[in-house]
Design a protein around this ligand. Sequence first.
Ligand SMILES: NC(=O)c1ccc[n+]([C@@H]2O[C@H](COP(=O)([O-])OP(=O)(O)OC[C@H]3O[C@@H](n4cnc5c(N)ncnc54)[C@H](OP(=O)(O)O)[C@@H]3O)[C@@H](O)[C@H]2O)c1
Length: 266
Amino acid sequence: MKSNKNYVLITGGTSGIGFELSKLFAKDGYNLILVARNENELKKVSDELQQQNDIDVVTISKDLFYPGNAFELYDEVKAKNYAVEILVNDAGQGLYGEFADTDIQKEIDIINLNITSLVVITKQFVKDMKKRGSGKILQLASVASKIPGPFQSVYHGTKAFVLSFTEAIRNELKDTGVTITALMPGATDTDFFNKADMQNAKIVQEGKLAPAADVAKDGYKALMAGDDKVVSGFMNKVQVAMSNISPDETVAKMVHKQQEPVNSDK
Ligand SMILES: NC(=O)c1ccc[n+]([C@@H]2O[C@H](COP(=O)([O-])OP(=O)(O)OC[C@H]3O[C@@H](n4cnc5c(N)ncnc54)[C@H](OP(=O)(O)O)[C@@H]3O)[C@@H](O)[C@H]2O)c1
């Protein structure tokens, strides 16, 4: 018999932190709706999770660089009558380089994915959750939400948006039965840096990347507890605490050092 639990919709559930979150939900018997672009990966992950767990996994291929597809996603889920009890907005990308040199089209795609589509998806599902009086949402923010990010200026800006947006809605949703939680990882060992063209950055070459499974566990626990936010990892908690009491210019200088290319002599 398949699980009789409602569905968890996870954007970006095929790789990295999103995949590890998918595994945690699957282990606890939740049915899943996985959203990503690559159909082969969606099929592979769906087969794997269904073989290992007694659950239903639905896959929907959407490119969320296009916010119109975020509206379509909701319409397709509604048309099939899937009850989404938990929403995880995980899909997100970055782009490495000094802002004067980076490709504006790629940056617009990133703003569309990390902000616009996330807002559209949150809007649609939160309405249903509020009406029903129950639901949980996990938003992938980042330690980047709290610190300016030389070499990733647009990405850090998008994650600052995600945290601010999440904290504001959380206040509005008080006493509705719906909770919204921000997960704030530091640098994590996933395909993110490949996609962002960031393999040459000091933080990737010399830093210690957290295992995605550990980050997912922190997010899962905070989501289930209905917490406001969680910074994953001790050193990331220290960095966020330091950034709260240091001048922004000092923090930007420090992040510049962490994120500059390995061969930089600046
Ligand atoms: N890794 C880190 O250091 C780190 C740190 C803090 C926060 N985060 C955040 O964590 C989240 C997950 O990142 P990750 O590190 O796990 O990266 P990842 O391994 O690259 O996974 C990204 C996931 O999002 C999907 N995705 C990417 N672009 C998409 C698009 N245009 N439309 C729909 N789906 C898309 C990918 O599938 P397809 O490619 O098939 O579409 C994949 O499933 C992101 O929001 C990221 O900003 C990451």
